[in-house]
Design a protein around this ligand. Structure first.
Ligand code: NAD
Ligand code: IPM
Ligand code: MN
Length: 357
């Protein structure tokens, strides 16, 4: 039976890397005999907003809920639509309404890519950021008071529910359990944020009791960011709140040379709703329209999607192909962010050809 994939390219380079993501998936589907059926949607982009006055149609939930997965590019074009409107009107709705409470973001220094951190080689940086994805600092609790006066106040509360915290911690501990080093690092800030973050630490300590074989440590987010740069080899599975996970999942990939290769899986582990796969990066207005965006973040997200759908071998083959093409280091093929002179298409085609065998 066909696996039904909803495709939403979004804005900017989202529309440029998406075709390469699909090209790689089609090559993989052919090689492994997987039946993938793609359905493209125009909504979830700023151009859709300019035409319809909203990011999504009213029945988007009904339209998408039956799909096996969502494959997203990137959304946001601040000159057309303010970011908080475009993002809260699309991506953040998907994450929340489809209860994609895990945002899994691998971070790996690939062969052939130079880390900006001196002396780091493949193997030195290889960890996962597990980001809480439906609550925390990204809450809709708050508001404005005394607007337009000198007494103006804006409040946005951080929300941590026991269920919300425990379920992301459990996922992260389970993931650490599968890794050779069996190590989990918690991102906190319980010295300064005195209610929610001590609560986070308490829940980590409680969960750790059920995983005696996992080595657990924690760092405040300020020194944790420093340690990402100074000692990236310390990390294996890093778990953080929505905002901390967001920051760490740009910083980690930057340490691996470019955020253009970083993938993410927004997962509803129970499978009650479709999960969403998208690169970590955004729509990159500064390079959009030039055909030079790195498509690897999109392609690797496709690999995560196949693994999620039960095709681990096929997903691994996609990542192997990415590594092989990067290792070859052909500057005519590679994009600029990884030191080449090639295009989104040249890199995407090279990876698809490699997958094809
Ligand atoms: P960004 O990730 O779009 O770009 C940051 C920098 O990284 C830019 O210099 C860009 O050129 C570069 N870059 C990003 N992806 C690249 C790629 N594939 N290849 C080569 N270089 C790449 O972040 P931003 O500039 O903060 O945001 C731009 C827009 O995207 C905003 O509207 C923002 O809200 C949105 N955004 C969306 C998502 C998402 O859809 N998940 C994520 C982040 C930002
Ligand atoms: C990401 C992005 C989003 C986030 C933005 C665009 C709302 O930065 O997916 O990392 O903060 O989650
Ligand atoms: Mn981000």
């Amino acid at each position: 039976m066909a696996h039904r994939i909803a495709v939403i390219a979004g804005d900017g380079i989202g529309t440029e890397v998406m075709p390469e993501g699909i090209r790689a998936l089609e090559a993989t589907a052919k090689r492994f005999n997987i039946d993938l059926e793609f359905t493209t949607f125009e909504f979830g982009s700023c151009d859709y907003y300019l035409e319809h006055g909203k990011m999504l149609p009213d029945d988007w939930f009904e339209q998408l809920k039956g799909f096996d997965a969502l494959f997203y590019g990137a959304v946001g074009w601040p000159e057309k639509v303010p970011d908080h409107i475009s993002l809260w009107g699309s991506l953040l709705q998907f994450r929340r309404q489809f209860d994609q409470y895990i945002n899994l973001r691998p971070c790996r220094l690939m062969p052939g890519i130079k880390s900006p951190l001196a002396g780091r080689k493949p193997g030195d940086i290889d960890f996962y950021v597990v980001r809480e994805n439906t609550e925390g600092e990204y809450s809709s609790v708050g508001g404005k008071m005394y607007e337009g006066t000198e007494r103006e106040i804006v409040i946005q509360e951080t929300v941590m529910s026991r269920t919300g915290v425990d379920r992301v911690l459990k996922y992260a501990f389970d993931l650490a359990q599968t890794r050779p080093r069996k190590k989990l690092t918690s991102a906190t800030k319980s010295n300064g944020i005195s209610i929610t973050m001590p609560y986070w630490d308490e829940r980590v300590a409680e969960m750790a009791k059920q995983y005696p074989e996992i080595a657990v440590d924690k760092f405040h987010i300020d020194i944790l960011t420093a340690n990402f740069v100074l000692h990236p080899d310390w990390f294996d599975v890093v778990v953080g709140s929505n905002l901390f996970g967001d920051i760490l999942s740009d910083l980690g990939p930057a340490c691996t040379g470019t955020i253009g290769i970083a993938p993410s899986a927004n997962i509803n582990p129970e499978g009650k709703f479709p999960s969403l796969f998208e690169p970590v990066h955004g729509s990159a207005p500064d390079i959009a329209g030039k055909g030079i965006a790195n498509p690897i973040g999109q392609i690797w997200s496709g690999a995560m999607m196949l693994e999620h759908l039960g095709y681990k071998e096929a997903g691994d083959a996609m990542v192997d192909a990415i590594e092989a093409v990067l290792s070859e280091g052909d500057s005519q093929v590679l994009t600029r962010d990884v030191g080449g002179k090639g295009t989104t298409e040249s890199l995407g085609k090279a990876i698809a050809e490699r997958i094809g065998g």
